[in-house]
Write a protein that binds this ligand. Sequence first.
Ligand SMILES: Cc1cc2nc3c(=O)[nH]c(=O)nc-3n(C[C@H](O)[C@H](O)[C@H](O)COP(=O)(O)O)c2cc1C
Length: 402
Amino acid sequence: MLQHKKILLGVTGSIAAYKAALLVRLFVKAGAEVKVIMTDDAQDFITPLTLATLSKHPVQSNFVADYASGVWSNHVDLGLWADYFIIAPATGNTIAKMAHGQSDNLLTATYLSARCPVFVAPAMDLDMWAHPSTQANIATLTSYGNTIIDVEEGELASGLEGKGRMAEPEHIVAFLSNFEKKNIKSARFAGKKVLISAGPTREAIDPVRFISNHSTGRMGIELAEAFLQQGAQVTLVKGPTTLTADSAIQEVNVSSAQDMFEAVSSHFPTSDITIMAAAVGDYTPVETSATKIKKKDGNLTIELERTKDILKTISASKKGHQLLVGFALETNNELENAQRKLASKNLDLIVLNSLNDKGAGFKHNTNKVTLIDKHNNITNFELKSKEEVAYDILDAIHEMVD
Ligand SMILES: Cc1cc2nc3c(=O)[nH]c(=O)nc-3n(C[C@H](O)[C@H](O)[C@H](O)COP(=O)(O)O)c2cc1C
């Protein structure tokens, strides 16, 4: 959910500041860009070097970064840069300053100028937390529209037991992801119905054997989750795979190519954007044995017949407003084959990946794709994570539906 989000993390002088390192790592891992502001006191608990290394950005603490050259940290720019400002851990002191508009350090001045949503994850001893002044300050921050990520209960650094621990970094990341999810209504695919197929199919030979392929379904699942994040209503027709998608996605689980054909055909008429990312078997046994085929001397021949061509079938009934995207996994004459598929199946866009590219196609968490649209515009992308590839595909689709 936090892919490409710009997160400004404010770290203050609490013993929980050491957890900021894990928080930065988790945000970066979730695909966010992170910049860190530290108060002077925070630097007694964790070094700026640690957070700068993990965030891949210099940590900022003072208004003036270099007196000799006059370089200063612009709190207004920092506040405008951020999609989210999170103060974690937030001391009683910083919370009090924020509640009263004090801006005597870079963190609190940035807070006053930030236009983005602000999240506060307090951390303090239980009596500090319970103190009426702290509770009044928290209520004031809430009344200003800030979101408090509630403290957790447990053993505190003082040795006391109770409420006051900063929420665990994993919980803070989950909190933000959920917030992002709720905000998706304003996103660019809001109101669009998206149908995606993913994963392999299984063609049964007998009750214990089948013909399948190496598809994991990851690319289709990443696409489904990216569309969900961008506000779409997503239906995912998924072949057998152990990977799971976000529970807000409507999943239709299928097994054979025929099952996938039926599920896709039934959802296609109401879909605005359809992406066929599944690796559908082209052939299926003419006969499926009802009982396990016994081993015998000599060879066994299984006669195969063509499965239904899902893309071709649905493209024949495609309406003007519908956008249809196919995938082509090729091993030779890649571009030519993909262009032929684009034209013959009347697609708006085709995503080509070649098994000749290292790290592309099946089994990898990465992919290297070329997008070809119906006007034969060709865009080559670098090897990226499948999540990033999904966003590139969404960008291309957004340009077409906009
Ligand atoms: C070892 C130690 C641990 C501290 N832990 C906390 C804490 O968890 N929460 C808190 O509000 N203050 C804590 N303090 C007090 C703050 O560091 C102090 O109020 C400081 O002025 C906060 O400055 P800042 O808000 O500008 O970072 C601690 C102080 C020390 C010496």
